[in-house]
Design a protein around this ligand. Structure first.
Ligand code: GTP
Length: 309
């Protein structure tokens, strides 16, 4: 791999985004990178894998030249399925790599939730720097409304900094970046400056289909769904051909995903294809196939096959 000469004072390090489900970790990753990398839905526990996003700057943003590798992590939950164990291992792995933990909390909650407490426990053994990012402040009638919550968090963990942000509209995120940069060491970049992630396109394609399932289906269906790209052919004169298996746990869920006369699956395919084409910047032919794998969320073999663990 060829790198440009390292500019004087270049900083590089890892920042893990951790917290309870639905607090805005993926929204923040997308915001700081200025592109949609991690899927976002209004439902909790959307993110299932550690998603790596790379922010590189030559210093023209006013900060020292830097490369921050952000690690978006699944929201911390008390595991109910073996899938959750794998998700929580990804949180631990991210914290092992991180120079800085950015702990996201929902500013609109008046207390530390059960899941937030579980997330704080992950920080207990963390020896790096920790910053509390109080997110969703755009929803607060008055900024001071969050002060009692900040006190609760500060009593629970020795955060070095507290920063109010809105990952949605970008408020406070420059400040957060400066606080992260102040805590990462000088060093050469880990990745070429134009690289934004290290996951293959296949990963993002499966995530986009999964996001579409979250957007179009309710209740347990999205949580029981996994998506596997089984074929991805880049073609010269035709559209790329992508085939995905959508795996669910019960035949009843398969029926819901397919819908009457295949209508639901058709809608899902159309929505996902548009997003995939946006992401890849080229037209694709998307083929979806639904299959049932009973209790896959608890089965080691299936979990490995679907890319967890
Ligand atoms: N109003 C407001 N909504 C936000 C903000 N940040 C995130 N959200 C919304 O909160 C919801 C959850 O956001 P995500 O980014 O998916 O949260 P997450 O922490 O990655 O969620 P998990 O995958 O469950 O861990 C989405 O509907 C977002 O649009 C914010 O700053 N303000």
């Amino acid at each position: 791999m060829l790198f440009e000469p390292v500019p004087e004072g270049h900083k590089s390090g890892y920042a893990a985004l951790v917290g309870a489900p639905n607090v805005g970790k993926s929204t923040l990753l997308n915001r700081v990178l200025g592109t949609k990398l991690s899927i976002v839905t209004p439902r909790p526990s959307t993110t299932r894998n550690r998603v790596l996003g790379i922010l590189s700057s030559d210093g023209s943003d006013g900060n020292a030249p830097h490369q921050v590798v952000f690690l978006d992590t699944p929201g911390v939950v008390r595991p109910k399925y073996r899938l959750h164990d794998y998700m929580m291992r990804d949180v631990d792995r991210a914290l092992r790599d991180a120079d800085v933990a950015v702990f996201l909390a929902d500013a609109t909650q008046g207390h530390i939730s059960h899941d937030a407490e579980a997330a704080l426990q992950k920080l207990d053994g963390f020896s790096g720097h920790s910053i509390l990012a109080l997110n969703k402040v755009d929803l607060l009638p008055m900024r001071d409304d969050a002060l009692p919550l900040v006190d609760l968090y500060r009593q629970r963990h020795d955060f070095e900094e507290v920063v109010p942000i809105s990952a949605l509209n970008g408020k406070g995120t420059d400040n957060l970046l400066s606080l992260i940069l102040a805590r990462i060491p000088e060093g050469p970049p880990y990745y070429p400056a134009d690289q934004i992630s290290e996951h293959p396109e296949r990963f993002f394609v499966s995530e986009i289909v999964r996001e579409a399932v979250f957007n179009l289906f309710r209740d347990e269906v999205p949580y029981s769904t996994s998506v596997v790209v089984v074929q991805f052919d880049e073609r010269e004169r035709e559209k790329d051909y992508i085939a995905c298996d959508i795996v669910v746990e019960r035949d009843s869920q398969k029926g819901i995903l397919i819908g009457k006369g295949g209508q639901a699956l058709k809608r899902l395919g159309q929505a996902a294809r548009r997003e995939i084409e946006d992401f890849l910047g080229r037209p694709v032919y998307l083929q979806l196939h639904v299959k049932t794998r009973s209790d896959w969320r608890n089965r080691e073999g299936h979990l490995r096959e679907y890319g967890y663990g």
